[in-house]
Design a protein around this ligand. Structure first.
Ligand SMILES: [Zn+2]
Ligand SMILES: [Zn+2]
Length: 422
């Protein structure tokens, strides 16, 4: 009897402070079949960057059914949902990317891609379904929700078609984080970096920057027997390839992760004709904004210098603005991100090494601090082990309710704390 009285006395305070973990868990479990069904529907109907018409309309419809305010289209085909909680508080955003890739699916699944040459090979179908699931869970707790949650469904993460704007940068430009003003953004990426049941986090860099470049070396075509009569761009291009590797290996602090890859070289027409030009495409990646600009400046100097040494010209062009490195806000990670993942995943919440892949998510960081984590969807026992962007990529769908719980918990915790002091 004494015990019962004591419990009654503390109950109201506890109810206000204790996060609704059990309710979030139960709701995520209850809607899991619907989340899986939605993921399969999206998987069967993949759409390329900036062409996510069906996906955008489907997302809009789901959010309206949940009673959210909806803005659509944003950034061409994207959707923003707004859930205003029953209690006053701050504003937090959760983000999913929604686009697919120009890859022909090689999986033999009942819900395999029905669009030839297009596939959800990066798992954005899972991201979209998980975020709809998180919206449903949080909408169910709306009366007690201490603030506002913004749901960002972002197109064109894989890159807008040439000549078009798109992706996270365009969502920011169109004010997706401005009204109401977002104070923090959370997002996840599925993949084989960690296994099903795990979540990978960092409290600093997690993904790299990426910059795509093109180098053109000018030559003068002539018979292959008389190179001295013309100007052979092929050995000059070869020297540029080597010299660029010396930037990353000899000119940048060895403690800084960085990669420079030339993935394509094209030049010449025949074995005995000196080529008139050589074109090379590549990517450069790092985890640090200063190193990123340093490498880019040194590349320009090297390309110009090597070409000049051989009496020719070469141009270096970065094809777009590139992606900044994805660097988690340390204070947000420690105060909200990591503790939330530890409650959802237990011992499965693991620190991971930063990866050299890249994301356009950090553009949201221009407006608010963020925390980005990896949702493990690999399951070797089920034969789900292919890497993102491969024709056999798949996710273990048992991870989807964990993703729903994680995003809902992160949003709740941030709002319940009333923000994070840095
Ligand atoms: Zn991708
Ligand atoms: Zn992706």
């Amino acid at each position: 009897m004494l015990l019962a009285v004591a419990v009654l006395a503390v109950a109201p305070v506890a109810a206000a402070r204790t996060p609704p973990d059990a309710e979030i868990r139960a709701a995520a479990q209850r809607i899991a079949p619907a989340v899986v069904a939605l993921r399969r529907d999206l998987h069967a109907h993949p759409e390329l960057s900036n062409r996510e018409e069906r996906t955008g309309h489907l997302v809009e419809e789901r959010l309206r059914d949940l009673g959210l305010e909806v803005r659509h289209p944003v950034a061409r085909t994207g959707v923003v949902g707004i859930l205003r909680g029953g209690r006053p508080g701050g504003v937090v955003a959760l983000r999913a990317d929604i686009d697919a890739l120009p890859i022909e699916e090689a999986n033999d699944l009942p819900f395999r891609s029905q669009t030839k040459g297009v596939m959800h090979a990066c798992g954005h179908d899972a991201h979209t379904a998980i975020l709809i699931g998180a919206a449903e869970v949080l909408a169910g707790l709306r009366a007690r929700l201490p603030g506002t949650v913004i749901f960002l469904f972002q197109p064109a993460e894989e890159g807008a078609p040439e000549g078009e704007e798109g992706g996270a940068a365009l969502m920011v430009k169109e004010g997706a984080l401005d009204e109401p003003k977002v104070e923090a953004v959370f997002a996840l990426h599925v993949g084989g970096w960690t296994s099903m049941g795990q979540a990978g986090w960092t409290d600093g860099p997690i993904f790299a920057s990426s910059d795509t470049f093109r180098i053109e070396v000018e030559g003068k075509t002539v018979h292959g027997a008389q190179p001295h009569m013309g100007l052979d761009p092929i050995p000059v291009a070869a020297e540029i390839v080597q010299a660029l590797q010396l930037i990353v290996s000899r000119q940048i602090d060895g403690r800084q992760p960085r990669v420079l890859t030339i993935g394509r070289i094209q030049g010449g027409t025949r074995f005995n004709i000196i080529a008139d030009r050589v074109t090379m495409d590549g990517t450069v990646r790092t985890h640090d904004a200063t190193v990123r600009s340093e490498i880019k400046a040194r590349m320009a100097r090297t390309v110009k210098g090597v070409a000049e040494a051989h009496g020719t010209t070469a141009t270096l062009r970065f094809l777009d603005d590139g992606n900044p490195p994805t660097v988690n806000d340390a204070a947000l990670a420690r105060a909200v991100g990591i503790p939330a993942l530890e409650r959802v995943f237990g011992a499965g919440a693991v620190r991971v090494e930063p990866q050299m892949v890249a994301e356009d998510f950090p553009f949201f960081g221009k407006k608010a601090p963020y925390f980005y984590f990896l949702l493990g969807t690999r399951n070797d026992a089920k034969g789900i082990a292919s890497v993102n962007h491969s024709a056999t990529f798949d996710v273990d769908e048992d991870a989807l309710p964990l993703g729903v719980r994680a995003l809902a918990t992160l949003a709740w915790d941030f709002l319940a704390r009333g923000g994070v002091r840095r």
